[in-house]
Design a protein. Sequence first.
Lengths: 107, 567
Amino acid sequence: MTPHSVPDTAREARITTDPRYRALVRDRQRFSWTLTAITVIVYTSFISLIAFDKPLMAQPIAGGATSIAVVLGVAMLVGTVVICAVYVWRANGSYDARLAALLESIA
Amino acid sequence: MTARLARGALAFALLGWASVANAALSGAVVARSTNWTAILMFLGFVGITLWVTAAAARRTRTVSDFYTGGGITGFQNGLAMAGDYCSAASFLGITSQIFNDGYDGLIYAIGFLVGWPIVLFLVAEKLRNLGRFTFADVASYRFLQGPVRSFSAVSTLLVVSFYLIAQMVGAGQLIQLLFGLPYLYAIIVVGGLMMVYVLFGGMRATSWVQIIKAVMLLCGATFLVLGVMSHVGFSFETLFARAVAVKTRLALETGLSPADAAAKGRAIMGPGGFIKDPISALSFGFALMLGTAGLPHILMRFFTVPDAREARKSILWATVWIGYFYALTFILGFGAIVLISFNPAYVDGAGALLGGNNMAVMHLAHAIGGNLFLGFISAVAFATILAVVAGLTLSAASAISHDIYASVIRKGHAEPAKELRVSRITTVLLGIAAIILGIIFQKQNVAFMVSLAFALAASGNFPVLVMSLLWKGCTTQGAAWGGAIGLLSAFGLTVLSPVIWVAVFGFEHAIFPYSSPALFSVPAGFVAIWLISTLDRSPRAAIDRAGYPAQRVRSETGIDVHRPADH
């Protein structure tokens, strides 16, 4: 086994049976799976759009040289950073605060 | 000699590419004369990194120092991850692909970036909360150590080897081109330096080499982009319009009708031949997206920060810098079209890049900043390779010393001093192995190796990690054998696919027709883990399942977390 410090099973049980712990884990899990699904669906759609409709992607925006493909591609780069920022903002903010409050009350 | 160089440059051109992109890359390669500015700049970089290594060596006494570097912040770790992830192949390869074909380079870049949110959402915080030095600490947390650690170590060594061979061969060829240094010397310099960094400075030196390199790369690329944008009045529309005009004029010169030439010019603004059949495209996309979450050298970086909070920040910063870097390469590719296409100093009469097909950004650097800046960018490219190979070596060394020696052979009771010694001996052996592999594979087609490394990581490590973290029913047998099946199916399908079956073995038709196995081998890994675990009725399986609640609460809360500074 990985060397652990002596586990405090009583404290562990108090944490896992606490309704706040269950709610936190449920909320965070739902949030992370939702964002995972969004990432996978958006990326798959982007690749499929390229694979199935290249002429559409090559169409210019507003009659200039800039194409739909460029705008969507840059949006993918920016969107990837934004979705990470959303998760970190929420996880390091409200979820971590809830976790800290929980652990503090169960010394 | 020229033919060998051409083959070498071709192999390097394809290094980071999906095996789907190939036919477009050909043309003569001319070796450069020795570039002294570049060499001096590079020596400067080596001097700084050796000084950092010396400083790190004084503080690398314990096993924890060696594997984790004693702890850095999320911001620093994010930069180091970016330094670990942005290879020379993507810097030179993506810009050159855009220079040649336009848009397609961006599709590739997006695939590389989109793996990071998956790492963040599914594994990062749990990994940090449970692990200590390697991802195998987490994958084997509640299981029998021997089988799962052995699987993880084999998988780590496989992934790292393919990644490393691609980097070493690429390094040799790049340095030959940029510095006029013979291949053999280049390989020995790269292998030797990476050995010194890891051997003496461990993770602390590796982190700082990666951070310094990331800053140099981002600053250099930013300066180049400013140079490009000042030529087009800081308007993207002007940049694209002028690039289209250049490509149209080039097409006219080949004798096309004005209408056809205009269409050819416009083609750079949309997707071209990079994505052919949808299955290959999706499969390759999945390998990139899920593979990142299974790359051992990336996962190892999570243990350099103190807690889940900083681990999340690391990824956010890594994503910011990597995304920024890819956006820059996109602009640089178009900038190269506009600024160097008609300059006989950079392209020959047929419009092909002088010095080889990956040189677009190098010529652009010369066009914008002269010899001095060309030297700087060359040094950055060399530094980039060093940073990547040092990270790979460290993760392979820790798989052997921590997972195999300390956990499997010594069953968790290794003396720390001995474990440290084993990791250092391993580092030396790996450095020598890397040099030898670089020489053996010099003339081989290594194009498929990076995508193979990603496919292996996505099909072996990723399912094992996800199932052991998130599924109560996962057992020792399921994780070890299921992971091995995922790994093997990725490997087997790659051998049967066009890149090896046709290109290497010379058969006429590939048995597996797609360019990447991930769409099939990742599900194979997950199903195998599920099936074997479900059928597992051994006494150990009961212990594995019973261990889940204790693992779960630690993974969610970070109680009992091992911090890098703890000794």
